[in-house]
Write a protein that binds this ligand. Structure first.
Ligand code: GP9
Ligand code: MN
Length: 655
């Protein structure tokens, strides 16, 4: 008992003696915990907490090794740095549902550049609260100045030893209670959430720093292994002309023009959806029903969002897990849909009424094989919505450009149009027609209007999609009038989901109009909307349509952006030897792999971060089913990253 008492007294004495260091330790642990709460909703997990304690103690121990004059500076810099880590990751998580990486610093410039759209959505009070740590430190330092001795001037080596012992004990407990899988995650940069959940934010960021430096450190060694693995992979799984080709779609579009619409934030959810008898997307519904509609199609973007969608669409490679291809790996060699059609004599152009520098398109589009990028400077900005020129004006002006291209080139054309108006946060609605998403209920023979999702982010989203749909409709009509639909295939894809918060979907699915309330889980009409259904709901439409052939076909097989080049290529009579996806009409069973190692198959959605599977259609799933697909998913990500980072296509082609 007395021993305990002395220990307690000793601790209090130490705290009084070293208030700054004590403050640094406690505040850093609180912030790390807070960050896990606001991001991965990890409230009482002991493992990441212990790891945070271990690392923070280790960092404080270093104070005792420094020269006296540097100690204060060290604590200040470290506090600011750790606070910054929490703020940046909190903001980053809101937008990307993942954690920030040093290797993405270059990409962040573009993220910040999206202007209002991102800023409005991202900076929230929960991100700023972390700053209390820095404020508190300066208050304490100010008071310290009045004290006789200052803890950062003391040089008691025994304290160092004690701190190190506690620090290592904490880390050791975590290590001993973790399994091999948890550690394997540390080596995979794409499993960020899993690392934070298991080991906390500080270990994540330290590990990330090491991983970001690794390519520079072991470039030579890594390169040889990467090249060998990639060759083996292609030998085993690569495109084989005799097996992978012939099917009823082979060459059906050979010799036709191609117009691709990259539809910003368009989700499949909006297709065939009606509010009060009015379709959200009448144009797309018509095109989907007449053409080939892939209704179980997923975008596979990383932090490069729009640009990643373009990249995977064109190359059948996955986006990089280590930065953004358009920004960090724009100078590598890629085999693209653009280049392949150019070889067939097409004139290939892209159109987007934003700055050409955005996402480095100006440079990357050239590398991808576009003959020309018609960016903002080619358009008259006569009506703006959100980030820039409205889709209606953009499409209207693009028709003239396409007409010019057709008249001045004696060749086929492939035109890529990137839309802009339907970009988050869906708040600039003045130039968009009203779209009523409220609910009308009959109560005692009277019709009552309930706001429901009207004027919420989700309601505004549907209004914005409705506008974009109408813009596409006008575009198709104008193309038709100009004779530009003759001998032309139109392809439309949603570039990624709209990143709308889960809470709006709960309102959407579970609103009870009669009682003006949200149903709870016990209600028989309650529709379950968990995080897995949310993930599955992020699908985007992919439509192939021509004026002259009615396909009237819906493809329900799971398909990813990576499968576009093989599938569409087969129809146009081209293929890339480096495509990592599959022609959807040639595969028995398809798995869509996401950049973080999660995947969707016909039977499950697998979350790599949590190592959990969500069964889609109640089939019994064996452990082996999950394991074999997880391994394949990891391999695919690794090979794709290696090809990009080590510029392997160039190397293999040059041989
Ligand atoms: C910007 C547009 C939007 O030009 O493509 O990019 P996003 O924010 O969706 O990546
Ligand atoms: Mn986009």
């Amino acid at each position: 008992m007395t021993k305990l008492k002395t220990m307690k007294e000793n601790i209090i004495k130490t705290i009084k003696k070293y208030p700054i260091i004590f403050y640094f330790i406690v505040s850093s642990i609180i912030n790390a915990t807070l960050l896990r709460i606001v991001t991965v909703k990890n409230y009482f997990d002991i493992k990441p907490l212990l790891m945070d304690i271990g690392i923070v103690l280790l960092l404080s121990a270093i104070t005792f090794l420094l020269k006296e004059k540097n100690r204060k500076k060290y604590i200040i810099i470290l506090t600011i740095f750790l606070t910054a880590i929490c703020i940046i990751n909190s903001m980053y998580y809101t937008y990307y549902k993942s954690f920030a990486s040093f290797s993405m610093l270059a990409t962040s410039v573009f993220v910040v550049d999206v202007g209002n759209a991102v800023v409005e959505n991202v900076i929230q009070i929960k991100d700023i609260i972390f700053i209390w740590q820095v404020i508190g430190l300066f208050i304490l330092l100010y008071q310290e100045n009045k004290r006789k001795y200052k803890d950062y001037t003391l040089s008691k080596k025994p304290k160092l030893k004690k701190l190190l012992i506690v620090s290592l004990t904490c880390c050791l407990i975590v290590i001993l209670t973790s399994n091999i899988n948890d550690f394997a995650r540390l080596g995979k940069e794409w499993n960020k959430k899993g690392v934070v959940i298991n080991f906390g934010i500080y270990l994540y960021q330290t590990n990330d720093l090491i991983q970001s430096l690794k390519p520079q450190l072991n470039n030579i060694l890594g390169h040889d292994t990467a090249l060998k693995n990639t060759r083996e992979y292609y030998e085993k799984y690569g495109y084989k002309e005799d097996e992978d080709k012939e099917n009823e779609y082979t060459d059906i579009f050979k010799g036709k023009n191609l117009i691709v619409i990259h539809a910003e934030s368009l989700q499949t959810l909006a297709i065939d959806l009606e509010f009060n008898g009015k379709e959200v997307t009448p144009t797309l519904n018509k095109l989907a029903h007449e053409g080939i509609y892939f209704s179980n199609f997923y975008s596979q973007v990383g932090v490069g969002t729009s640009s990643d969608a373009e990249f995977t669409f064109s190359t059948s490679l996955l986006p990089s897990s280590n930065g953004t291809v358009f920004v960090n790996y724009y100078d590598r060699e890629y085999v693209t849909l653009q280049k392949l059609l150019k070889e067939q004599g097409y004139y290939v152009a892209s159109m987007h009424a934003n700055d050409g520098e955005f996402w480095n398109r100006e440079i990357m589009h050239k590398n991808m094989g576009y003959d020309k990028l018609y960016d903002k400077q080619y358009y008259n900005i006569d009506q703006t919505i959100g980030l820039g020129l409205s889709d209606k004006s953009f499409f209207h002006q693009s028709v003239d450009i396409i007409k010019d291209i057709k008249d001045n080139n004696d060749s086929l054309f492939y035109i890529n149009l990137i839309t802009l108006s339907n970009h988050t946060p869906f708040s600039d609605l003045d130039n968009m027609e009203e779209f009523d998403t409220s609910m009308y209920v009959d109560i005692n023979n009277r019709t009552i209007r309930r706001d429901y999702i009207n004027n919420t982010v989700l309601g505004n989203y549907f209004r914005s999609v409705h506008y974009s749909d109408s813009a596409i409709g006008e575009f198709i009509d104008e193309l038709d009038k100009q004779g530009l639909l003759e001998n032309t295939v139109v392809v439309i894809y949603g570039d990624h989901d709209a990143r709308i918060d889960e809470s709006y979907y709960n309102l959407y699915y579970n609103y009870d109009g009669v009682y003006d309330t949200i149903l709870n889980e016990d209600d028989e009409n309650y529709t379950e909307f968990n995080e897995y259904i949310y993930e599955l709901n992020r699908k985007v439409p992919f439509i192939i349509w021509t004026k002259d052939t009615k396909f009237e076909q819906e493809v329900e097989k799971p398909m990813g952006m990576i499968d576009v080049l093989p599938t569409l290529g087969n129809m146009f009579g081209i293929y890339s030897e480096y495509q990592l996806g599959h022609d959807i009409f040639n595969v028995e069973e398809n798995t869509v792999v996401f950049v973080d190692g999660s995947y969707v198959s016909e039977k499950i959605y697998y979350n790599s971060q949590k190592d959990e599977s969500y069964v889609i259609n109640n089939d019994a799933i064996s452990e082996d089913y999950v394991k074999s697909r997880s391994e394949k998913a990891d391999k695919l990500i690794e090979i794709s990253n290696d090809i990009i980072e080590y510029d392997l296509i160039r190397e293999i082609e040059e041989e």
